[in-house]
Design a protein. Structure first.
Length: 297
């Protein structure tokens, strides 16, 4: 009986854990759709920024020459996107290892890093890359905007106070064949080939727009929007990848729980059958003993 009670408790606990895993699967799947939709909606925003840059650069091509000019590129600033929550497989290990490998390959004189997501910090520290500061995120899209603004402020501080002349982003992206794949984006300096491509692009209508404000101010404003967009997109794609990794982990956990539950149920039925057989044998033995006494009398 004690063994049966123990198996009942195990089956109950496994069932509760299975229900929790199913809830987390549902939440992760819902978050994936939400973040993927957010990534798609950013395409129009990015197109508007590029159209604005196209007009400014066509009127003031000197901005194209100064936008990506960096002497030496001896100081590198890295922004690594991880997670604040667990149960997402090797999500943080993967991006931290990729970031360390790429930063070592760059061989910059000075290197500084910040992390978005608390759990990736430990992996970077273990690999010998200290993190100057990290930002946490728990909330909705408004929370994402606030965190990215704080990151932008930190990047500007790096450039003005520490002379950082190159900024790169490291984050995981969702892919079809796997939950996530590490990715790197050069944020600063700007890609002059990309800017040149904007000036050569055909305008989508027959009428070219004009602007009345100072060209340098407009260019700087558009660049700030572009930098914010790049950070925001990287974070959104990282969040989508994080939830995809968590969904995969929950699917594997659910499969393991189902297999464990199946084994527990087999053990339970075997123990119960053994108990019933033992009780029947006790009844038969007792009956035979009583019958033997009656025959002797």
């Amino acid at each position: 009986m004690e063994e049966l009670e123990r198996l009942k408790r195990k089956i109950k606990n496994a069932g509760e854990l299975q229900s929790l895993v199913k809830i987390m699967k549902t939440i992760s799947a819902s978050n994936i759709r939400e973040y993927e939709q957010a990534v798609s909606s950013l395409a129009e925003y990015n197109n508007t920024i590029e159209l604005g840059l196209q007009i400014v650069l066509q009127n003031t091509p000197k901005n194209l020459l100064t936008a990506g000019a960096v002497e030496g590129r001896k100081r590198l600033g890295a922004v690594i996107f991880g997670s604040d929550q667990g149960l997402c497989g090797n999500f943080n290990e993967q991006i931290s290892a990729y970031a360390i490998e790429r930063m070592n390959e760059s061989r910059h004189k000075d290197l500084i890093a910040l992390a978005v997501g608390e759990r990736v910090v430990a992996h970077l520290d273990e690999a010998g890359q200290p993190v100057e500061t990290h930002f946490c995120f728990c909330g909705n899209h408004l929370g994402i905007t606030q965190v990215m603004l704080e990151v932008l402020v930190k990047i500007e501080e790096w450039r003005t106070e520490k002379g950082i002349d190159q900024i790169v982003l490291f984050y995981n992206r969702s892919v079809q064949d796997a939950a996530s794949s590490p990715h790197m984006v050069h944020l600063i300096p700007l890609d002059t080939k990309w800017l040149s491509g904007l000036t050569e692009r055909k305008w989508p209508s027959h009428t070219l727009p004009t602007f009345s404000m100072d060209a340098d101010q407009l260019f700087s404003s558009l660049m700030r929007q572009y930098l914010f967009f790049s950070l925001y997109r990287a974070f959104i794609e990282s969040l989508a990848s994080e939830n995809a990794s968590r969904l995969l982990s929950m699917q594997m956990a659910e499969k393991n729980i189902e297999e464990h539950l199946s084994e527990l149920n087999v053990q339970f039925h075997r123990e119960r059958q053994a108990g019933i057989t033992s009780e029947l044998l006790d009844v038969v033995t007792g009956f035979e003993a009583l019958a033997g006494k009656e025959r002797k009398v």
